[in-house]
Every structure is written in C-alpha cells, then in structure tokens.
Ligand binder design. Structure first.
Ligand SMILES: [Zn+2]
Length: 258
C-alpha cells in the first residue's frame, strides 16, 4: 500500500516534469519552468558581468563589441521565427576580455563571447555566426533547463518541492552558475549543431564555416582542451554530421544573402 503510494507519487512528479519541446519535439525532463530558468539566469548573468566589470574584463574594444552585436542581432531575428516566445526575451550580449576559448547563451538569451576565442582562433563573421547560433540554439531548445535540472540533482540537498512550486527562486542562482559549467549531453550537442547551423544559415552565415570552426577548435585543443570543449564534448563524428547538413542549409544561406 505504502509502496504503491510512493511509486504513484514519483510517477506523477515525473510526468509533471516531462514536456515536449516546441522546437525539437523531443520530450524533456525538466524540473524548472522556463520563467524560473530565465529569472535565475538573469541573476547569474548580472553577477558574472559585475564581476567582469570589477576586474576590468568587459571588453572596451568598440569595433569588436559592434561586430558581435551586429552578428547576434541578425541571429536574434531568426530565433524569433524558430521559437516565437523568444521575441519577448531580453536578449543581451557581452564581450568578456579573457583569453578563454568560450562562448555561451543562458536561458532567456543572456549571451557572452570571450575575446580569447575570437582572437586566438581568428574568427570570421561567419564563424562567430556559427558559434553564437549554436549557443542560442541551446537556449531555444531548453537545454539550459535540462542542465539546471541535472545541477539540482547533483546538488541533492535542495528541496525540489519548493523549487517546483516556484516559492524560492534565489536558490536557483547558484544552480544556474553550476549549470554553466556542466557539459551538455551528446544529444543536446547534436541538437544545438543541427538548429544552430540553420539559425546561422537563415541569418546569412555560411554553413561551411561550422566545419571550419570545429576544425579550429580541434586544432586548439592540442595545448590542453579549451574551456569550451569541457562544456561542449566534441565527438569525432560532429564535423561529419555538420558536413551532411551543409547541402540542405546552403539554399537557406543563399536566400538570406540575396
Ligand atoms: Zn554546445
């Protein structure tokens, strides 16, 4: 009797936490609502930027800031078509002046790219378009929420009930931080590659640049793996899968260029 109750309660909780993602159609186990993920991400973002500011690490390179802004603005327009609720997101992008090879986009569209990846890999606009398209795809596909759910499970002691009920949002800020450092799953990476290259193509960025970008990343990992690869496991077949997508993405890219 008691066991039946526990099993039923667990099943009910799991079902309540399973949702079909509107972009990918994949069923995701999410313990955090989109709104909760966005609120906690915004907090983590503000904190990250204020720490960077204190250390004098927000890039003052006006040309680079304008370039990143121009590229992400084109991607944001396409994100609105891929996932209409993102039209209401308060998108923001920061250029952080650190040698790290990294870039990210939190739930709700809070983004950053590091000067290290742009300069060391000598990224073209097309390649920046690909990397930010990939990162934005993670956000549009709800991967941040999945990672936060995993971070919550990792933390163990957190009272899931109060979070699911939405009573305590502050507790999620450290979770959002932890989620940023967790690797994405291989499935999430493939999804972000697939939707990211499309986002970039529709914004007018060359799909072949995705192949060049990951090639450069692979070459750079010779001197110890870059931070980006610790949160983005890079299976050997990634470039092959992207190559297979190029023919269907090229017409979208050419249309956007006209
Ligand atoms: Zn990724």
């Amino acid at each position: 009797m008691k066991r039946t109750f526990v099993v039923t309660a667990l099943l009910a909780a799991t079902l309540a936490a399973c949702q079909e993602n509107p972009v990918s159609g994949r069923t995701q186990l999410v313990l955090v609502s989109e709104e909760q993920a966005q609120v906690s991400s915004a907090q983590a973002y503000t904190q990250t930027l204020s720490e960077a500011q204190k250390k004098g690490r927000l890039s003052t390179d006006a040309a680079l800031n304008a370039r990143v802004e121009r590229i992400t603005n084109r991607l944001i327009v396409q994100a609105g078509s891929m996932y209409p609720p993102s039209r209401d997101w308060k998108w923001s992008v920061a250029v952080i002046d650190e040698p790290t090879l990294n870039a990210w986009c939190m739930p709700g569209g809070k983004m950053a790219i590091y000067t290290g990846i742009v300069r060391k890999l000598n990224l073209s606009d097309d390649e920046i378009g690909q990397i930010m398209g990939h990162e934005m795809a993670h956000a549009l596909l709800g991967h941040g929420r999945e990672r936060m759910s995993r971070a919550m499970a990792t933390q163990g002691g957190i009272a899931l009930g109060s979070i699911v009920a939405g009573r305590d949002l502050s507790i999620l800020a450290p979770v959002a931080d932890i989620a940023l450092t967790l690797p994405n799953s291989r499935d999430n990476e493939s999804e972000a590659d697939r939707y990211g290259i499309e986002l970039a193509a529709r914004a007018g960025y060359d799909p072949r640049a995705a192949i060049r970008l990951w090639g450069k990343m692979g070459a750079a990992s010779g001197n110890g793996p870059p931070v980006f690869l610790s949160t983005h496991p890079s299976p050997a077949n990634r470039i092959q899968a992207l190559n297979a997508l190029v023919p269907q993405m090229t017409p979208l890219y050419e249309k956007a260029r006209r």
